[in-house]
Ligand binder design. Structure first.
Ligand code: MD3
Ligand code: FE
Length: 206
């Protein structure tokens, strides 16, 4: 279902929160980070099936997945180097929108080619589930889907556009969510087709 109307408690959508200049500056910062910590393709725990999304991280901790499982770790799994710092503009955005008095520790960078998807899942690898997750969309539009805290219940869809910010806190922090499709050619921000999503997270309990 995709009915318009109120979003669930704790899910806040800020359409166009970043203007074109801010999106361009943020993209430049993320490109710098990805030069230091290259995008890589994670694998599913157990099966080792490759993700369709490529990933990297900024921050003191980065989210990684491989055959052994999901976890946060301080080093890039392929280079063995620490992740680069979270760009200052993202820390400022967190300060303005998160409503949480401690800084984020992880910024997961997801890169979607037009054929990439993210299956429905919960984000629950963090110790501090009292902290919200803040997401920034850059590049081509995406069809984002979210449901409740149990798998298989009713869901709603939301189109996420370049410059949109989502804050997921409170009752929505453990909601199932995923990305059903990318709409190639709907943004000119990136050099080519695709979408970047940045998610800021507090991982440890302060
Ligand atoms: C709802 N990323 O990296 S961001 C992820 O567009 C992830 O790349 C998607 O799901 C993406 O884990 C969605 C929006 C988002 C992020 C975290 C959430 C929605 C959420 C946590 C709880 C509920
Ligand atoms: Fe997620």
């Amino acid at each position: 279902m995709s009915a318009p109307g109120a979003l669930p408690p704790g899910l806040h959508h800020h359409p166009g929160r970043l203007d074109a200049a801010a999106q361009g500056a943020l993209l430049a910062a993320i490109r710098e980070a990805a030069a230091e910590a290259p995008l890589y393709r994670p694998a599913m725990p157990g099966t080792g099936k490759p993700f369709s999304v490529r990933m990297t991280n900024c921050g003191t901790l980065g989210w990684v997945s491989d055959r052994a499982g999901y976890r946060y770790q301080p080093l890039h799994p392929e280079t063995g180097r620490p992740w680069p710092a979270i760009p200052a503009t993202l820390l400022e955005l967190w300060g303005e929108l998160a409503g949480y008095p401690h800084p984020p520790e992880a910024c997961l960078v997801n890169f979607y080619e037009p054929s990439a998807r993210m299956g429905m899942h919960q984000d629950k690898d963090e110790e501090d589930l009292a902290a919200p997750v803040l997401s920034v969309s850059l590049g081509d539009e995406a069809l984002f889907r979210f449901g409740g805290v149990t798998r298989g219940g009713p869901t709603r869809s939301l189109r996420l556009r370049s410059g949109d910010v989502l804050v997921l806190g409170g009752e929505s922090r453990l909601a199932f969510h995923g990305v059903d499709r990318i709409y190639p050619g709907t943004s000119t921000l990136l050099k080519g087709e695709g979408r970047i999503n940045l998610t800021l997270r507090r991982v440890t309990r302060p």
